[in-house]
Design a protein around this ligand. Sequence first.
Ligand code: SF4
Length: 372
Amino acid sequence: MGGQNESMSDSFAERLLAWFGERKRDLPWRKNKNPYHVWVSEIMLQQTRVETVIPYFERFIARFPTIHDLAEAPEADVLKMWEGLGYYSRARNLQAAVREVQASYGGVVPSDAVQIATLKGVGPYTAGAILSIAYDVPEPAVDGNVLRVMTRYKLLYDDIAKAKTRVRIENILRPLIPLQAPGDFTQALMELGSLVCVPKNPKCDICPVAADCEAKLAGVQSELPVKTKAKQPRAEFRAVAFVQRMIGGERKFLLRRRPEQGLLAGLWECPHIEHDDTQTDIPLLSEHCAAEYGIPMQRSERMPDFEHVFSHIHWHLRVYRFHVDDEFHGNDAKHVGVDGLPEHVRWVSVRELGDYTLPLVFSKIIRQGVSV
Ligand code: SF4
């Protein structure tokens, strides 16, 4: 069905909905209009591809089928189910918000635009998505896909990195939302952005709204949308210690828990320190582990380097394997946790790893470390 063959007398919404009816993907969160499921899917889909989200969503909903289940779950379980998806504050905010829904709204996601906007992690986009998709409230939900489609369709050179552009597009969309199908309209616009009006080489020849798309008519669709470049992430050089020893005939490695606030809050990782690229990092790492954990480090060997890019930091990780003498028993009096380690540090075997939530890059480092 080509856009050019569509009747111009059909409205934008009618053409879009007809296309969506035929082409929409069968996604697990489209099986019903459960507001909690819509909410979880929308949070997971932020900065993450649909294909990646599908298995996470299915596992998450199987483990926490209702708001009550998620509200009551220990945070560590929630983070474990989120492991590898990144941006862990999304999971924390989701649980905090779900607890709020449980406490203040009897476990029912509010269908009121003002109430829903007060929930943690629920911005204008997520609020619009839940209200329209789950409750058929005629509220716009403007994400990156919708910004792209609409700036092209309306030939707008506004910078989509700016919040006021989102507000402008919301105002353009409001009168276009068909009252009989706000949820389908929201999903159809997003679907058009994901499948047809894609960032590079939009597929205008199969687009249902091509006949009156102003960017297409002007032949400038590839110039839009305008987006100012985000700042490059700052480079940070870190030396990582994969510290291993035998305990009770089992190989274990050292993990520490990150602080409760800030980057990757509360997740587990191998110890690491920042260094400038000119420093010799092995003595610094050894000193760190001796001073912080009371562990005398011995032989070391270089492992492959790793990298991880956050939105604002680019980690360059130089990784070393350290061996700890079997004679060491770790009973330094200043440490009070398990094995004489500080409370936030553990010796962990591969078998026990399932109890700990790790950022993806440290899962990779440990997989590499235990493969030898
Ligand atoms: S740019 Fe092309 S794909 Fe995008 S809305 Fe216009 S006609 Fe459709």
